[in-house]
Design a binder for this molecule. Sequence first.
Ligand SMILES: C[S@@+](CC[C@H](N)C(=O)[O-])C[C@H]1O[C@@H](n2cnc3c(N)ncnc32)[C@H](O)[C@@H]1O
Length: 210
Amino acid sequence: MNDPHRELVEKGYDRVAKQYLATKDPQDPLALSALEEMARDLPPGAAVLDLGCGAGVPATRWLAARGFTVTGVDFSERQLGLARKLVPDATFVKADMTALEFEPGTFGAVVAFHSIIHVPREEHLALLEKIHRWLGPGGLFLATLTLTGFEGEDYDWEGWGAPMRWSHYDAETNVTMLRRSGFDILHAEPRTGDDEETWLWTLARKDLPR
Ligand SMILES: C[S@@+](CC[C@H](N)C(=O)[O-])C[C@H]1O[C@@H](n2cnc3c(N)ncnc32)[C@H](O)[C@@H]1O
């Protein structure tokens, strides 16, 4: 890889994978209730893609335990190493999510928790269009998107000894891009977790053919 943005994020997560995992609550009520809401509308065993799955906690593990056929994608080898141990029932792929290719209609749902924020934002629309294509009719997209725009990096994220980079848009732009990608938005609203972080929790659907 010779893209400095991606390289910084990938190597950054390689270095902070354990510290980041230590911040995660496997029973995070906000995440689990959003997953449960999505799961209620999926057939048993549906194929679910987790983009930027990290160490797999809480989302990938919850989805696998619920009986879905889960594929986790991340480009950090260290994150994937943790995920393979913590979620032995899922399939993991090391890849840049923007470079993935799947047949149209491969998945019943796609989730992306706290991960699209690291993709260069001029690529977000193309990524959302791909996600829409990968979903079958009625397929669901569950994501934590952002309320404010930001483009920049921290040379020592959380004092963990690694730089990190973020690139994202405000809520209105995120919602506009989802609609332009063809999604029907079921909700896109600010929700604050026990960690006091507020994200634009978004559940969107690919319409059934009329
Ligand atoms: C903040 S962590 C979130 C991990 C997990 N989804 C969670 O909620 O705990 C972001 C993850 O996205 C991954 N990531 C960022 N950009 C990516 C890209 N372009 N392709 C694949 N993975 C990426 C990082 O390596 C990292 O593991």
